[in-house]
Design a protein around this ligand. Sequence first.
Ligand SMILES: [Zn+2]
Length: 220
Amino acid sequence: MHAGETKNGWIDVSVSLHSGMVHWPDNPPVRIERMLDMEHGDVANVSKISMGSHSGTHMDAPLHFVRDGAGLDEMPLTATMGRARVIEIHDPESVKPGDLDPHEIRRGERILFKTQNSARGWASAAFIEDFVYVSQEAARYLALREIQTVGIDYLSVGGFHRDGVETHQALLEAGIWVIEGLDLSQVEPGEYELVCLPIKVEGSDGAPARAILRPSNDRR
Ligand SMILES: [Zn+2]
């Protein structure tokens, strides 16, 4: 059994949402407050959740960077359910085409990048500006290969200082579905079954998601 794996084989690769957690600098913070509280005599506990649509583990819709693009509610469910490949990237700066060449990425694949973000990024309560991102060249490489879905283990596929807009545009304009904010620290590179479902918000540019992986046994 891998670390983090449950009895049925599923590994939770989502981060827990909590008040004050790290978020993208100009996005709204995550705040979860008890509005009704049994400790205070209410008959039930009810919380108010307030946050940006790109908080924690979440997905981006084309609408995030493409005017009149599709919302996440229009995403085909198959985009994030099925076979996926976890590729480990050792480059401490970004994913580059040269990092991808040996992996022979094919059309329709779901690719999740495990970088040093998984070990480093989520351990920090402060926002990390130099997280590993997908370079715009690698984003265009993935678009050219017509992959279906891409995932990254920090808050954005694009960088903070560079390639933020370009990488998002290259992926989203190509119709690639983007999962961000994964925690792949408990996951080895390899073949998996993926289930990742963003909550259904009408016309959403992004939405929080629960993402789980299970090692895939069959060899196709
Ligand atoms: Zn994004």
